[in-house]
Design a protein around this ligand. Structure first.
Ligand SMILES: Nc1ncnc2c1ncn2[C@@H]1O[C@H](COP(=O)(O)OP(=O)(O)OP(=O)(O)O)[C@@H](O)[C@H]1O
Ligand SMILES: [Zn+2]
Length: 784
């Protein structure tokens, strides 16, 4: 990580580690293995108290933006109340930023994850207290009214306005309810008034003041209390989504049991364990750090990272990951990564940052809210003035209706539901072993129209084997394998591994050829005993002028079966042919069918392999289009063509060889990310395992998320619409409008949080040994 450019965060991460270390040493209760959630790729972060809505983002863009050379240098994470000034911004001191933010009624200080959560909790507690007090006095006032006037009079309160003046005690109780209700809102409203840019806080305060002016204490108190309640709900739901992310954090135990060279053991904070240190993991324990098993054997439940509740056997030399659960055996593990670099730490970091890359639908909602509020306000003014002026209506009656409109103008249900849905979706998918690296990529998969995938390792297992050896002419099988293995000795190509494995199994003495050179997409060339030798595809043999030396029926049979032909020869001709077979993933066919059923019209296979081999494999799994014999740069061109002709093109690959092509697709999915840092880094979405079945799941998850977001937008707008119309006819009341607003907020938030809990959101069952109920539950339920 280029942490040197992250000046602030970098420094901070270090002092958090040292102070964290001492805290653990004394109290032994430090839970955090990841000291801080770093800022999205570069920049300085601030914790802004009061930043919890798109509303405030617009304000900060307007106030801070110009000073740093434009709002495009700002990034916001509403869920965490974090503002980041990107490295591209004009340099402005922390102090100046704090001053600017203070002018809006919010406060900013440099980001610190630990303080941030303490502050957020304190803010929530304050909101809860004031809301409860407001609600208590509101209820008391209401009760008093019932005692005074009986049930009929109480109902009269709801019927509307214009009744006889209230008894003093009752008015007093409502006044106190109003005071507590607007207490936390008033400073924000005041700063919005000073800036002449009305926000919902100002709208509410004006509505409350107007109602008091009309003598409508009940209505004023109702608006004040319910508005306060809706703000509390908003903070609570944001906190709920935030906690789901940090629950992932609790997956790794805070300490590791270090095994010293003298055989003694000690519990040490995971963050203080050096790379290469050895630690012991007992049966049933969670593994604290990524590492390699050096002693012992057993099985590990990797569900916390991969989402698949299957026990994965582990023995000497196998990798294990922080946060996963050891089965019965005891393992001795050599740490290969620091606590802050583990796969789990990366997942947490990326889920945390993902929200900063906002989904288009979120941007749409924010933009809509910005024009919606002024429009409704203009309507409110029109309603207050036009009916009395033109039709001679009663001033106070229409003024009241204008206030109702102000209450309706509050967009909070609309604004809060989308980010909560997105964060819930990101967290649910991380739990299922699908790491989505930005809000933007929550939306994309559901719209996929074309899917390009690599053959080797994606459709096939990526573990080819030599199925047959066909020496030609006077050569023996042994000669052929010796020649081939000598050329492949230094290659890491999957075919090379297969050929070398076969040579070893056959007991062949491999001596590496000299001057070996890779011919991209073709094969290898080199020299041995002074003669030049080569190996590669049939096309390579043709280019060497030996195309006719490959027996036609042999070639037809190998390629027709979907196997790969490797010709081996020297400058006099072809020595022989190797037939390499890679197993097609057993579930590939079903998955391709599922993708088609989901509406992914075009599924394309991209491969460097021979055309006929590729077609045979494609036919077997039901793939529509084949592009074969591609060089890496041809894969890039192929993706570019797809992007031109299809609306949403996804590319699935291993994230290593295919990185350039993956970068050109609309979005890219990497498989098997748990073992490959490159895959996690390069893709937009990383599947922790090699399970292709996660792709249809991802598409379904994306659609579920979007449909919940759309439902929420629909519910919010429909409610507002009903009230706008009712108000125009003078049929709506303030208490009704605010109660509906709170009701809808509750409804949309509950709807959004469904994404976290729903059964469908869990990953599909996959092959492999199923873990016992208790163990699997423990994995998923931990930290909730
Ligand atoms: N080291 C090698 N040994 C044998 N054949 C090779 C080697 N390198 C390349 N080839 C030949 O060149 C072809 C293309 O290789 P390339 O590495 O571009 O694609 P690939 O990785 O095999 O396939 P895919 O694109 O599906 O992953 C192979 O199918 C093979 O015939
Ligand atoms: Zn509202």
């Amino acid at each position: 990580m280029p942490s040197d450019t992250h000046r602030h965060d970098h420094d901070h991460a270090e002092d958090a580690q040292t102070s964290g270390g001492s805290c653990c040493g004394s109290a032994g209760t430090c839970g955090d293995i990841v000291p801080t959630t770093p800022a999205p790729a570069g920049g300085r972060s601030f914790q802004v108290s009061g930043l919890d809505c798109a509303e405030e983002v617009a304000i900060l863009n307007k106030v801070v933006g110009p000073k740093i050379g434009g709002a495009e240098h700002l990034a916001f994470d509403v869920i965490n109340g974090r503002m980041t000034i990107l490295d591209s911004a004009k340099s402005v001191s922390d102090g100046e930023i704090a001053e600017l933010v203070a002018s809006t009624g919010m406060t900013a200080k440099p980001w610190d994850a630990e303080n941030a959560s303490v502050d957020q909790a304190a803010h929530l507690a304050r909101q809860r207290l004031f809301t409860a007090l407001s609600g208590g006095f509101w209820a008391a006032g209401f009760l008093w009214h019932i005692i005074e006037t009986g049930m009929g009079g109480a109902l009269g309160l709801f019927a509307g306005h214009g009744e006889a003046p209230m008894p003093l005690v009752e008015a007093g109780l409502f006044a106190v309810a109003i005071l507590f209700g607007v207490w936390l809102v008033a400073p924000k409203a005041w700063s919005s008034a000073r800036r002449l840019s009305p926000d919902m806080n100002l709208l509410m305060v004006v509505a409350v003041a107007g109602a008091i002016g009309l003598g409508e204490f009940f209505e004023a108190a109702t608006v004040a209390f319910f508005f306060s309640l809706s703000l509390f709900l908003e903070s609570w739901s944001v906190g709920r989504a935030r906690n789901a992310v940090s629950a992932l954090l609790d997956l790794a135990p805070p300490t590791a049991r270090i095994l010293y060279d003298d055989g003694s053991e000690a519990d040490v904070p995971a963050s203080a364990v050096a790379i290469n240190a050895r630690f012991v993991v007992r049966g049933g324990d969670r593994i604290p750090l990524d590492g390699e098993v050096v002693d012992g054997a057993g099985a590990v439940d990797q569900a916390p990272i991969t989402g698949e509740s299957a026990l994965v056997p582990k023995e000497r030399g196998d990798d294990v990951y922080a946060g996963t659960i050891n089965g019965e055996g005891t393992l001795t593990v050599r740490a290969t990564k620091a606590a802050s670099d583990t796969v789990l730490a990366k997942i947490i970091r990326m889920v945390g940052d993902a929200h900063a890359r906002r989904a288009p639908v979120e941007q749409w909602v924010a933009k809509f809210a910005r024009i919606y509020t002024p429009i409704v306000m203009a309507l409110a003014i029109a309603i207050a003035l036009l009916p009395p002026l033109i039709f001679g209506g009663a001033w106070d009656y229409w003024f009241y209706n204008a206030l109702v409109l102000l209450v309706i103008a509050c967009p909070c249900a609309l604004v809060i539901s989308t980010p909560v849905s997105i964060v819930a979706a990101l967290t649910a998918s991380a739990r299922a072993g699908v790491l989505i690296k930005g809000g933007a990529y929550v939306e994309a998969p559901g719209k996929t129209t074309a899917l390009a995938m690599d053959k080797t390792g994606t459709i096939t297992m990526g573990e080819p084997e030599v199925a047959a050896v066909h020496p030609l002419g006077k050569a023996s099988a042994q000669d052929l394998m010796t020649l081939a293995a000598g050329l492949e000795a230094r290659s890491s190509h999957p075919l090379a591994r297969a050929i070398l494995a076969r040579a070893e199994a056959d007991g062949i003495n491999v001596s590496a050829a000299e001057d070996t050179r890779t011919v991209p997409g073709r094969g290898l060339e080199g020299r041995t005993d002074g003669r030049s030798i080569w190996l590669g595809s049939d096309r390579f043999a043709e280019e060497k002028g030996f195309g006719d030396a490959i027996p036609k029926d042999l070639r037809d049979r190998i390629e027709g079966a979907g196997s790969t032909l490797v010709a081996v020869g020297d400058d006099t001709g072809v020595t022989g042919i190797l037939e390499l077979r890679d197993r097609i993933r057993p579930d590939a066919k079903g998955i391709v069918a599922q993708l088609h059923a989901q509406g992914v019209k075009t599924i394309v296979m991209l491969t460097g392999d021979n055309e006929r081999t590729a077609r045979a494999v494609a036919a077997e799994v039901g793939i529509d289009e084949v592009r074969a014999e591609l060089l890496p740069e041809d894969k890039v061109t192929a993706i570019e063509e797809l992007v031109e002709t299809h609306d949403m093109v996804a590319m699935i690959g291993d994230g290593v060889n295919d990185a350039p092509a993956m970068a050109r697709a609309h979005y890219a999915i990497a498989m098997g990310a748990v073992g490959s840092d490159a895959a996690i880094e390069t893709a937009d979405i990383a599947l922790m395992t090699d399970d292709l079945g996660k792709v249809p799941w991802l598409i379904g998850h994306s659609r579920r998320t979007m449909s919940i977001i759309h439902q929420n937008i629909g519910i919010s707008l429909a409610t507002k619409g009903v009230f706008v119309v009712a108000t125009a006819f003078g049929l709506a009341s303030m208490w009704g409008a605010i109660a509906a607003d709170v009701g809808v907020s509750l409804l949309v938030v509950a709807n959004a949080l469904r994404l976290l809990n729903s059964q469908e959101a869990k990953a599909p069952p996959s092959g492999g040994e199923q873990v016992g109920e208790g163990l699997a539950k423990g994995a998923l339920a931990h930290g909730h």
